[in-house]
Design a protein around this ligand. Structure first.
Ligand SMILES: NC(=O)c1ccc[n+]([C@@H]2O[C@H](COP(=O)([O-])OP(=O)(O)OC[C@H]3O[C@@H](n4cnc5c(N)ncnc54)[C@H](O)[C@@H]3O)[C@@H](O)[C@H]2O)c1
Length: 433
């Protein structure tokens, strides 16, 4: 199949590359000339394990190309995927669909008869109808199809998730579109991932419902962890105890500083806006958004409290900045609110992150960015683990203790055990025990 991917960010680049690896002919398009130039030189615009090698392999084998010129590729494509950003619209929290609609308008002038336009971006229910209307307004002389194919990959494990998904969801209103998408995904669906075919609107909503449910799980265990701290229970035990129940499931039950990243924050908000527009009440999701917002600053206050409350002029080493490990994505990372809370209390922050510092520099002020975790901890009053990078799981604890002014660690990801840390003479604060 010949595929065009519009948008070469996290989702477009990973999806396009994996489609090429399935054996399809793929052209990834992006408006950002620098991104495309870099990709053509083999330089990845994002950090994602395994991506660079997979891109190189598929470029070398002639199945994967990068361009800024949609017009050179779209006329030959069997399917044109839209994978552009859908950030929160400034001011009201609705999904900003301007990039999706702009892409639809461009596609309309370029597609061939019978082509399938597939929205892979996360878009509110009904967006496919509008995409279809936009294309039809410039292209009423032949048949084309508009489908939905939401993406469930996780940053940091994106390639594996794409190649071995739990399921593939396609939202199609015509059999022709279903046929093309079935062909495209055959390599994964024959390897036993179920292909769920449904109507376009159901598919659009499935993505938001999935993210809202996962965000709910995170907020649920975070609130349980607060209760654990009050009553002297260990949230790790509770999470294990409930997670082994198949009806609950063990993933997304790690207590921590709250969800962040490029999806859950904006998607929970956008879902609420959709519900409001349709006079439907989503009070659980409303509560989730509120719980998560207050959690992030709450983690900053937890550090202040651990440092004794009188913190003006003190310093903290923040280990980890990205919203989770194995990504360089800083969008809506809890560390942004944590840093702000610490600075508001008069604490100076030294920070280190294995991959996120280039992005963090553009989003944080008056933070000293350091060479490595030990550089960050040198002469500070407290070490805070904010992201669960592997590099922080095996710190040299004696060296850590020697570098800190006080042997104080706040572990917001429960990377260490209390027994281990106290055994090394640390004052140790974790989440939920
Ligand atoms: N990041 C994730 O983990 C993830 C997971 C699942 C779904 N999604 C969804 O996928 C979509 C894309 O997310 P992302 O994180 O990849 O975004 P991103 O910001 O990393 O990438 C979007 C890219 O689209 C390009 N672009 C915008 N308009 C364009 C146009 N008209 N033509 C060509 N290129 C254009 C931008 O230059 C940018 O490179 C969003 O709707 C998001 O919610 C993201």
């Amino acid at each position: 199949m010949r595929i065009v991917m519009i948008g070469s960010g996290y989702v477009g680049l990973v999806s396009g590359t994996c489609f090429a690896d399935f054996g399809h002919e793929v052209v990834c398009v992006d408006k950002d000339q620098r991104k495309i130039d870099a990709l053509n030189e083999g330089i990845m615009p994002i950090y994602e394990p395994g991506l660079e090698q997979l891109v190189a392999k598929n470029v070398a084998e002639g199945r994967l190309k990068f361009t800024t010129e949609l017009e050179s590729a779209a006329p030959f494509a069997d399917a044109v995927f839209i994978a552009v950003g859908t950030p929160s619209r400034r001011g009201d929290g609705h999904a900003d669909l301007s990039y999706v609609y702009a892409a639809a308008k461009e596609i309309g002038q370029l597609i061939r008869p019978g082509a399938v336009v597939v929205t892979k971006s996360t878009v509110p229910v009904g967006t496919g109808d509008e995409v279809e209307r936009i294309i039809r307004s410039v292209r009423d002389d032949f048949e084309f199809y508009v489908a939905s194919n939401p993406e469930f990959l996780r940053e940091g494990a994106a390639i594996d998730d794409f190649q071995r998904p739990d399921r593939v969801v396609i939202g199609v209103n015509e059999p022709e579109a279903a046929h093309v998408l079935n062909e495209i995904y055959r390599p994964v669906t024959t390897n036993s991932a179920p292909m769920l075919q449904m109507a376009r609107r159901a598919s659009e909503l499935t993505k938001y419902a999935a993210n809202a449910f996962l965000a709910t799980k995170i907020c649920f265990i975070n609130e349980i962890s607060d209760l654990c701290e009050r009553v002297g229970a260990d949230v790790g035990d509770v999470a294990l105890g409930i997670g082994m129940d198949k009806r609950i499931g063990s993933s997304f039950l790690n207590a921590g500083p709250g969800y962040g990243g490029s999806c859950f924050p904006k998607d929970t908000l956008a879902l609420l806006k959709t519900a409001q527009d349709h006079d439907a009440s989503l009070r659980i999701v409303e509560a989730v958004v509120a719980v998560n917002d207050s959690r992030k600053r709450g983690m900053g206050r937890k550090v202040v409290h651990a440092m004794g409350g009188d913190v003006h002029g003190k310093s903290v080493a923040l280990l980890g900045l990205t919203f989770k490990a194995d990504t360089d994505d800083m969008r809506d990372s809890p560390s942004l609110a944590i840093v702000q809370t610490l600075q508001d209390a008069g604490i100076s922050v030294r920070a280190y992150d294995p991959e996120g510092m280039a992005n963090a520099r553009t989003m944080m002020t008056e933070v000293t960015f350091c060479e490595d975790p030990y550089d960050a901890m040198t002469g500070t009053d407290c070490a805070v683990i904010a992201t669960e990078w592997a590099a922080f799981r095996a710190l040299d604890l004696q060296r850590t203790k020697d570098l800190l002014k006080e042997p104080l660690m706040v572990d917001l990801r429960n990377v260490y055990s209390r027994a281990e840390m106290e055994g090394h003479g640390f004052r140790y604060h974790a989440v939920g025990h």
